[in-house]
Write a protein that binds this ligand. Structure first.
Ligand SMILES: Nc1ncnc2c1ncn2[C@@H]1O[C@H](COP(=O)(O)OP(=O)(O)OP(=O)(O)O)[C@@H](O)[C@H]1O
Ligand SMILES: [Mg+2]
Length: 518
């Protein structure tokens, strides 16, 4: 499906339905983002499937979410069905070969894929506020919580860590307020209740370790194909805010971690954001602005972001303006809002004198779309009425048995699945953190000399125990036998002892969306 550095999308047709020409998406413009829209049942998922297949074939890793389970078939070889063969023939696709794409399945719940987790610290206050739907006052308190944690070396890994820190903040509200700004006990209380709700919704699965490493979604196979990460999202969609926040976090991590590459020959990763309206639904302006900023800037890191949604009006104009490659499936035009969407969608295309865009959008068949991609020096091609090619992988879901088999042989098999085995993962990571801490301490001591030694930052209520806590972390001995009960302090110390990846060896600077910067 790859022709001279171009991905074959399908073939366009003339007004009399005769074949016009093949339509491509140029790899070198793959990082100039894209948009796939259309009413339900018009072919969006199949379009996503063939784009993912082609990027993978070109050696570009892909990340996408599988909202209904019907994208999972991408992991197995397709079967020659009549309507697929017919479509291949109509668009002049010959030979039409079937092939499985290399896939890693992921799942926040660890059921339909490898576990995906992150830590509270890595998610940051902005996205966490969004996840909790926090009020402004509550967001202020969360910001302070992160400031205390970031400055005080109290890594926040899971919901319990944050819960403990909030309890501590409530207990020392007045002392901390003078240092950090107003901490209202009422806000602390509502945040704590909010955390309980998150826990009940199953978000606790998502916070903890081992946290997802970006490198694991950027893998290629030994024969040079990009691995496609498919996130099982059917269950996740019952908590749309968690879904949207998770994808935003991932985008934010990619943005903070990847180096600048300018405009590469092909993208380093392509990220499909399905049900993209969830990102923007009642999102505060500041968040929309930041998303816009990340989308704009991530291009130069070689990441292409493709929004998939029913209605082009779901995506704010500032973001829409940045999406260079567009596939518009059929839209209905019954209600005024639908009519407006059709009009907007039609107006965003570079017109084709051969047909009227607005009329065409409502008349497109299934698996047919108006397509415009970037060409030449990066200008949009004239819009064409295009029959999308059929997939090489299976159309429709895989069986649970097929999924289990693919998970067992996946390159990350065993890396993230250690839920029951958390203690040992914990110890390994603590040991690693201890070494990193030692190296970091040695480096710092060398760099700073002894002058700064007395200037250690302290928190109220910790007293001498802070010293103990530091020692605990360095010595790697976890639970000192003196601990009798799970006090707030102990929880905080325990969390300090777990100086894992989050605080050690990383400068605690937060990026545009609040993720930790490397
Ligand atoms: N490019 C294509 N080639 C062949 N058949 C296609 C193609 N695109 C779509 N179809 C057919 O149309 C059906 C519906 O497509 P698809 O599942 O992609 O729609 P959708 O827009 O994702 O719908 P929903 O909004 O309900 O998720 C497919 O199951 C398939 O039978
Ligand atoms: Mg679909």
């Amino acid at each position: 499906m790859l022709v001279d550095g171009k991905l074959f999308i399908g073939a366009s047709r003339n007004p009399d339905d005769s074949l016009n020409k093949p339509e491509y998406l140029e790899l070198k413009f793959g990082n100039r983002h894209g948009l796939v829209t259309g009413a339900t049942g018009t072919g969006k998922t199949v379009t996503l499937q063939i784009l993912a297949e082609s990027f993978s074939e070109a050696g570009v890793p892909v990340f996408c979410a599988d909202i209904k389970g019907d994208l999972s078939g991408i992991a197995v070889k397709g079967e020659a069905k009549d309507f697929l063969l017919k479509r291949a023939e109509t668009i002049g696709l010959s030979p039409y070969e079937f092939r499985a794409a290399p896939v890693i399945f992921w799942d926040l719940y660890g059921e339909q894929g490898h576990r995906v987790r992150t830590t509270i610290a890595e998610m940051g206050p902005l996205l966490l506020s969004r996840l909790m739907d926090a009020s402004e006052a509550q967001e202020g308190v969360l910001n302070i919580a992160f400031k205390i944690a970031d400055q005080g070396g109290l890594p926040l890994l899971d919901l319990k860590d944050l819960q403990a820190l909030l309890t501590y903040m409530g207990e020392h509200a007045s002392e901390l307020s003078s240092q950090f700004g107003l901490i209202s006990k009422a806000s602390v209380g509502s945040l704590q209740r909010g955390l309980l709700i998150l826990e009940q919704q199953g978000a606790e699965n998502f916070f903890g370790e081992p946290a997802l490493s970006i490198s694991d979604i950027m893998r290629t196979t030994s024969d040079g194909r990009g691995m496609i990460s498919v996130l099982a999202a059917d269950k996740l969609m019952m908590n749309p805010r968690l879904y949207a926040t998770f994808l935003l976090w991932l985008l934010s991590e990619l943005f903070e971690e990847l180096p600048e590459v300018g405009d590469p020959e092909k993208p380093r990763l392509v990220f499909f954001f399905d049900e993209a309206h969830l990102l923007f639904d009642d999102a505060p302006k500041v968040l929309v602005d930041r998303i816009e900023q990340v989308v704009r800037l991530i291009r130069s890191k070689g990441v292409g972001v493709y929004f998939v949604t029913q209605n082009p009006l779901d995506v704010p104009e500032t973001v829409l303006a940045q999406l260079g490659n567009r596939v518009q499936h059929a839209l209905r035009a019954y209600t005024p809002r639908e009519q407006k969407a059709v009009k907007t969608a039609a107006e965003t295309f570079r017109p084709n004198p051969a047909f009227d865009c607005e009329t065409a959008i409502t008349a497109l068949g299934t698996g047919e779309a108006l397509v415009s991609t970037l060409e030449g020096k990066g200008i949009p091609s004239m819009v064409e009425r295009t029959l999308i090619r059929p997939p090489a992988s299976r159309l429709g879901p895989i069986t649970p048995a097929e999924r289990q088999q693919l998970m067992a042989t996946s390159p990350v098999s065993g890396l993230y699945d250690r839920d029951a085995d958390r203690e040992s993962a914990y110890e390994i990571l603590t040991e690693r953190a201890r070494k990193a801490a030692e190296a970091e301490a040695a480096r710092r001591a060398e760099e700073e000399g002894k002058e700064n030694a007395g200037g250690r930052w302290t928190l109220p209520g910790f007293g001498d125990e802070t010293e103990e806590g530091t020692k605990t972390a360095k010595n790697g001995t976890r639970r000192s036998s003196g601990y009798q009960r799970e006090s707030v302090l102990e929880a905080a110390m325990k969390s300090a002892a777990r100086s894992v990846a989050t605080s050690v060896g990383r400068a605690l600077v937060r990026g545009i969306l609040g993720s930790l910067k490397r």
